[in-house]
Write a protein that binds this ligand. Structure first.
Ligand SMILES: [Zn+2]
Ligand SMILES: [Zn+2]
Length: 249
């Protein structure tokens, strides 16, 4: 159903808690109560990975990142309210909620946004088939509209990886090792392969990876590694949620 028609026919309700939205808010998808439960990630943080500063020593979360992976930022902590929102996006069949999540991400500050391309972290084929869409791609498109930056489907998963949630940090690393590849043809841009390759290598271009959640950063680091292998000089990442306590000991 086209959105305008849907709005006329159905009383607008919050996608998360089903509360009816006031007339003034009827174009929104998430009510104020739900949105205010999202807790922004704020400094002080590690300047690179955006994780709250370790009490002593250097940050271990980003120590093993590939050189090209510069900065990662997340909009909100993944506690109760935000977890529901991500769940609705991934498992609730509600890709439209990406608009609300991207609104929370739009205020994130990263170097090079003005010249960046947004690259969604891809899903494996099997998962894409069951879900019907890639939630990170929906987020990237919604964020691209806010930032007025292009979205380029530059990465593919070379194999279906096990769901990261059930794995220990070491297993997460092994699980995603070599899981991504840069795809030059068929990335959604109407430019030649040669031009695309040189655009990736252009030191002035910034690639911003977009994903729903930052947990141990194993997936983002591996995606950044694939881009680095293709010659990318600067890769950043943004996510909607950040896991509260990444256990990377
Ligand atoms: Zn609500
Ligand atoms: Zn760090």
């Amino acid at each position: 159903m086209p959105e305008a028609v849907e709005q006329l026919l159905l009383p607008a309700e919050c996608l998360l808690c089903r509360a009816l939205l006031s007339f003034a808010d009827s174009s929104r998808l998430v009510c104020d109560v739900c949105r205010h439960r999202w807790r922004p990630v704020r400094p002080p943080w590690c300047p690179r990975c955006g994780q709250p500063e370790p009490l002593f020593g250097r940050c271990r979360l980003c120590a093993e990142w590939p050189t090209a992976f510069g900065v990662a930022r997340s909009a909100v902590w993944l506690d109760a309210g935000a977890r529901e929102a991500v769940h609705a996006l991934k498992y609730g069949g509600l890709p439209r909620i990406a608009t609300e999540l991207a609104t929370a991400m739009a205020g994130l500050e990263l170097p090079g946004i003005d010249s960046a391309w947004l690259v969604p972290v891809p899903l494996g084929r099997a998962r894409l088939r069951t879900r019907g869409y890639n939630q990170s791609e929906r987020l990237a498109r919604a964020l691209g509209r806010r930032w007025r930056r292009p979205v380029v489907d530059l990465l593919v998963r070379t194999r279906d990886t096990a769901a990261q949630t059930a794995l220990t940090p070491e297993a997460r690393l092994a699980n995603v090792a070599g899981a991504f590849q840069v795809r030059i043809g068929d990335c959604g841009l109407r430019i030649s392969s040669e031009r695309l390759k040189s655009a990736i290598r252009n030191p002035k271009s910034t690639i911003i990876l977009v994903d729903d959640v930052f947990t141990t950063s194993a997936t983002l680091a591996e995606a950044a590694r694939a881009l680095e292998r293709a010659g990318a000089g600067t890769v950043s990442a943004v996510t909607f949620g950040r896991a509260l306590v990444p256990d990377f000991t």
